[in-house]
Design a protein around this ligand. Structure first.
Ligand SMILES: [Zn+2]
Length: 92
């Protein structure tokens, strides 16, 4: 799974394993202070499944956060374009 950039500063995300019980976390390589982790949503005692689950979940959460952040920015750009068009029309 591809790791997207930091949802806050756009820095590169770094996936790390915190300990052997399968706690994965993603931090920002820009040291902006962002740290994300997750948990296993499947009821199991199998450490291999827990490890895989947490790794997948943390990447999914991180990427989702980035995608959600990008949307409002796109909307802002569009609104700005519409504003410019209105200003132009009013001048004519
Ligand atoms: Zn960052």
């Amino acid at each position: 799974m591809k790791l997207l950039h930091c949802p806050f500063c756009g820095g590169k995300g770094q996936l790390k394993k915190y300990n052997e019980s399968g706690l994965w976390m993603i931090s920002c390589s820009n040291n902006c202070g962002v740290l994300m982790t997750s948990y296993c949503k499947i009821p199991t005692n199998d450490l291999k499944i827990i490890d895989k689950e947490i790794k997948n979940n943390v990447i999914t959460s991180w990427n989702k956060r980035y995608e959600e952040r990008r949307e409002p920015l796109d909307v802002c750009v569009k609104l700005e374009q519409i504003n410019q068009e209105i200003i132009k029309e009013n001048k004519q």
